[in-house]
Design a protein around this ligand. Structure first.
Ligand code: C2E
Ligand code: C2E
Ligand code: C2E
Length: 91
């Protein structure tokens, strides 16, 4: 991205996430629930997460951050805009 523009935020759609079967989304569902609990942020329909958390989740899912991002976009859990958040950091 351009130097003047901050990377887009990674915003999880919690309602969509809740409808993905647990055998696929279980680790992400537990991770998001942990962040909500740590923040005391229980009533949101969405949850903004750290860039670092996507890297951690990629390790958990044994995928690259960009492949995981594509999967989450496919589930409707991340906005397509999230692509720009990973590609700026992809190594
Ligand atoms: P922490 O990392 O020591 O952050 C302490 C407080 O600093 C947070 O309290 C929050 O008020 C603020 N803070 C830190 N980083 C950010 C940020 O990027 N954006 C905003 N808006 N505020 C920030 P809070 O929210 O009550 O969180 C308590 C603790 O829960 C955090 O301590 C951290 O250990 C964990 N946590 C909360 N949200 C996340 C998250 O999205 N990812 C991860 N990995 N941990 C989180
Ligand atoms: P934004 O980050 O674009 O978020 C837009 C709206 O999405 C928020 O409206 C809120 O309804 C929802 N949202 C986004 N992330 C979260 C989340 O992690 N948890 C929950 N429960 N809801 C979330 P809202 O609250 O009226 O905030 C409007 C704007 O104000 C935000 O736009 C952001 O730019 C700023 N803002 C609000 N709270 C914080 C904060 O704790 N830290 C920072 N840095 N900015 C904040
Ligand atoms: P945000 O609050 O708008 O913060 C944008 C970026 O500013 C963060 O991206 C991080 O690089 C930096 N930043 C903001 N506050 C702090 C801080 O207290 N300490 C440090 N070291 N850096 C800070 P990042 O980490 O990718 O987080 C993206 C978004 O995730 C944040 O946007 C916020 O909406 C949410 N978030 C992350 N961590 C926390 C947290 O601990 N508590 C809460 N309430 N929200 C968080």
């Amino acid at each position: 991205g351009g130097a003047a523009e901050p990377p887009p935020k990674l915003v999880l759609d919690l309602e969509r996430l809740a409808h993905i079967p647990a055998e696929k989304a279980g680790p992400l569902q537990r991770y998001a629930a942990t962040i909500q609990s740590q923040r005391g942020d229980y009533n949101g329909k969405v949850l903004s997460i750290r860039q670092d958390d996507l890297r951690t989740l990629a390790v958990i899912y044994d995928q690259s951050p960009s492949v995981l991002t594509e999967q989450l976009i496919g589930w409707g859990v991340l906005d397509a805009d999230a692509r720009r958040a990973v590609h700026t950091e992809d190594v």
